[in-house]
Design a protein around this ligand. Structure first.
Ligand code: OSB
Ligand code: MG
Length: 374
């Protein structure tokens, strides 16, 4: 498939509620939508770089630069057979996984459409089990002003049918919050995400969580660290999960070798795309890790691709993939809803991503658009 044209579309959408983490607060979310044109088909991708370099060093503006000046030129006029080719084309560009993943997602959508398959079917092709039709999901709850308010927000999501709750924590907003949540919801799967807000010197604080039967503690230590996590792990009872520190299958191998985690949050964007995410999935299965698909507050375009990844057989924990109404009303695709009886979302079965992009709504939220041709 000759890549004829690539559109970069910078959009900005209000979140239905503030999303506050240990690294900052978000109400308005920007991202870059990528459209890959070939042979009358359009493949869609979402680059999840954010306004601020809080989660990752990448921002919407650095990603726009890397896409426009390096990655898009490397792809235009190429003959695309399979998405796995992109790694070689992108090799001259070090880092910038979020920018790479936006284009790579679009290449998966485009080639799955060409193959007459859903993205889930295409990603699951190497596995005898095939893709799941529904995936277990949970909701990620940002830091609220008070513990009482957090309990109210949890109650609202539990009432909607979410069977797993993730609470964001930061220093001063951690042990008491977790204790209150556990006391109010004795049987609820609850996990905590620190987004790198602590150091190994806080080990005693994490030991205070030992008796709370938490599902996991996500990324408590440095965003580049693997070694200190390996030191913390034997000191605590709560299973340890890595997010920010794992940018590639190489990092995942290092984490396994050092015994740095029990679980990996696989965010396809953070690791440069779906091919690398699947490699980490395979490695995690080999190592007997807990595995789940993380999120970056995606629109319906990114959400569809997260669901396709989460349909792979090795994912054994609920993903951060909530229903559309937790993020955007309206979205730029038809909504995804929660199957409240089992806290799942149904994996799209249509060709490629299996969602129709609402072009009118996309235009309504567009700040900047550029069409690039070979
Ligand atoms: O650390 O998992 C994270 C959102 C933005 C940046 C980092 C994270 C998150 C989430 C939300 O926790 C996941 C989602 O619902 O998309
Ligand atoms: Mg996280």
């Amino acid at each position: 498939m000759k890549i004829e044209r690539i559109d970069l579309i910078h959009i900005s959408m209000p979140l239905v509620s503030d999303f506050t983490t240990s690294f900052g607060s978000q109400r308005q979310r920007d991202c870059i939508i990528v459209a890959l044109h070939s042979e009358g088909l359009v493949g869609w991708g979402e680059c999840v770089a954010t306004n601020d370099p809080g989660y990752s060093y990448e921002t919407v503006h650095t990603a726009w630069h890397i896409l426009r000046d390096f990655l898009v030129p490397a792809m235009l006029a190429q003959d695309l057979q399979e998405p796995e080719q992109l790694a070689a084309w992108f090799k001259p560009v070090r880092g910038h996984p979020l920018a790479k993943a936006g284009l790579e997602q679009a290449a998966w959508d485009l080639t799955a459409q060409r193959d007459g398959r859903s993205l889930a079917q295409k990603l699951a092709a190497p596995y005898a089990a095939g893709p799941r039709s529904r995936v277990k999901v949970g909701v990620s709850i940002g830091i609220q002003p008070t513990i009482m308010e957090t309990l109210g927000v949890i109650e609202g999501y539990v009432a909607q049918g979410y069977g797993r709750i993730k609470l964001k924590i930061k220093p001063g907003h951690d042990v008491a919050l977790a204790r209150a949540a556990r006391a109010a919801f004795p049987d609820l799967p609850i996990m905590l995400d620190a987004n790198s807000a602590y150091t190994l010197a806080d080990a005693a604080l994490f030991q205070q969580l030992d008796d709370l039967n938490l599902l996991m503690l996500e990324q408590p230590l440095g965003y580049e660290d693997i070694y200190d996590h390996s030191q913390l792990r034997p000191l605590i009872q709560t299973p340890l999960c890595l997010d920010e520190s794992i940018h590639s299958a190489d990092h995942a191998r290092t984490a396994v070798a050092l015994g740095a985690c029990d679980i990996i949050n696989i965010k396809p964007s953070r690791v440069g795309g779906w091919a690398e995410a699947r490699r980490i999935h395979d490695l995690g299965v080999q190592a007997g890790l807990g595995l789940w698909v993380g999120g970056m507050l995606e629109t319906g375009i990114g959400r569809a691709a997260q669901l396709a990844l989460a349909s792979l057989p090795g994912f054994n924990l609920p993903g951060d993939i909530s229903a559309t109404d937790r993020y955007y009303v309206p979205d730029i695709t038809p909504p995804f809803s929660l199957n409240s009886e089992d806290s799942t979302i149904t994996v799209p079965t249509g060709l490629g991503l299996g969602v129709a992009v609402d072009l009118k709504q996309l235009t309504a939220v567009t700040l900047r658009r550029e069409q690039l041709r070979g």
